[in-house]
Structure formats: C-alpha cells, structure tokens
Design a protein around this ligand. Structure first.
Ligand code: BTN
Length: 255
C-alpha cells in the first residue's frame, strides 16, 4: 500500500524489519520501501543488542532511504526518522518526546523509542554516492520496554494510546517532509537546527563512548552537520557518532 510517498509492507511476524529491508535493498528495492511488523523474532537494537517486545505492543518499523548524503552526515537519516517520530507522537497525543542524541526518544528521561540506522554502501540505486540506509524505529505504545531499561510508553507518558497504524501514518507524513531536507546542504542544516531544538542532551554532562575511546564533558550544542558539540577541557569537540550517557544536568547554562 502507498502512503505519503512510501510503499508499506505489513507483517504479522518477521525476524527483523531492518534485516528484511537490508536484504530487499541489496536485491534492488527502491527508496521509500517501509516494513512494519506486529512482532519480531530477532529484533535488533544498537550495539548488537536484541530488541524484544510483546506482540502488538509497539510500532516496529523500518524505512529504506537512498539519499545523497556525505559520509559524515549519514546519521542525519537517523535524525530525520527520530524527529518525524517526535512530531507524529506530538500530533496524536499532544506531547512530543525529547531526543537523546543520537538515537533515543525520552519522556521525562525515560526511553520511549530507539532508532537503529544501518548503511549499506554496496546497495545503491545507480546514482554515485547514493548510499542505501535502512532506518528502523521501535516505539513503545502500551509497553514500557524491558525492566532493565526503565522505559515508558506513549500511553503511560501522555495518557493517549494511539494505534499502530495511526502512528505509522503520522510518522510517514512527517518523514516525507524531512526526507526531502536530506537532499541538500541547506535542508540538512534545517534538520540539524530542528535536532538541536529537540535534543535534551544539550546542557548535560555526558560520557561519550567512541570507537577510539571514551570522553567526558558538557554537551553544548549541535552543529549544522548534526554532530554533537561536547566541551572537553575548554575545547569544543564535534562528535559524529557515539553512544552517549547523560551523567547529570550541568550547572552552567549551555552556550
Ligand atoms: C536501540 O535503541 O537500540 C534501537 C532499537 C531499534 C529497534 C527497531 S524495531 C524496528 C527495527 N527492526 C529492528 O530489528 N530494529 C529496529
């Protein structure tokens, strides 16, 4: 079925909507393909974690994008989906979650959704530099997530429990506008500004786990490439990708 420029395939049960779209992408599927499932038997989270949820308790969906993104801006595809989810939840419940950079959505500090983006440079549609990116998101609708995460659900945080189809429709509507922004530097800067406005990480003391090691400092902003700016020993460091832990709110206001 086509919705807001996306082609949606629905599954009662699947291994993982991300895995499925990655396979379809390698087989040449066009951009805009969306997979949504009631249940995943091998759902995947970041850092090789599993992502498990009871049937029909969450929106579990992935989208295949093929945008001409420079390598250091690929994560803006994550931002496009995360921000579309924020706007979609707000439009249906009256309250949007915050973004914990780069890929979690939080209500009052509790995780309500997570995004997993995977790029496949081998799978592209013919235009040089057009990397295939599969962006998956799991949004807790009525279930707060596994006990060790201390998460929440849209229903618990807002008092409104939108249906999965309704939320998917709103998400794709919001994503269509943001997907167009990914195509140009000006559009991407606009997306980065929206990300900065929504990111609750800014102003926090953070620990960032990078592939090259770990840093601690104060998150002070997001640049036009969508990188998190972290002040470490008086020096601002742009972080393109990493796992962030919020340590505590900073006493000093963000600059
Ligand atoms: C995270 O917070 O670690 C990211 C979780 C992403 C989960 C979603 S659910 C739909 C899609 N399919 C998957 O296997 N994972 C993502």
């Amino acid at each position: 079925m086509t919705e807001h420029g996306f082609t949606v395939e629905r599954f009662e049960s699947i291994d993982s909507t991300n895995t499925y779209l990655m396979e379809r992408s390698r087989a040449g599927a066009p951009a805009g393909l969306v997979a949504v499932a009631d249940f995943q038997t091998a759902g995947r989270g970041r850092l090789d974690r599993r992502w498990e949820a009871p049937p029909a308790s969450c929106l579990l969906t992935s989208v295949l994008l093929r945008e001409p993104l420079p390598a250091d801006e690929l994560h803006l595809a994550t931002a496009a989906v995360a921000l579309a989810a924020v706007a979609a939840i707000a439009s249906l419940s009256g309250r949007g979650p915050d973004v914990k950079w780069p890929n979690d959505l939080l209500f009052d500090g509790s995780k309500v959704a997570g995004v997993l983006a995977e790029a496949d440079a081998r799978a592209w549609d013919g235009a040089p530099g057009t990397t295939a990116i599969v962006v998956g998101i799991g949004i807790n609708l009525t279930w707060p997530g596994p006990p060790d995460v201390g998460g929440t659900s849209v229903e618990a945080a807002t008092g409104v429990g939108p249906g999965r189809d309704e939320l998917l429709d709103a998400l794709l509507f919001e994503l269509e506008a943001r997907r167009r922004l990914l195509a140009s530097p000006v559009g991407r800067a606009e997306l980065a500004s929206e990300l900065e406005l929504r990111t609750v990480t800014i102003g926090q003391e953070v620990r960032v786990e990078l592939s090259s090691g770990m840093i601690e400092g104060r998150a002070v902003g997001i640049n036009r490439l969508g990188h998190l700016l972290v002040m470490v020993d008086g020096e601002t460091r742009p972080i393109a990708a990493g796992d962030v832990v919020h340590l505590r709110p900073s006493l000093a206001p963000p600059v």
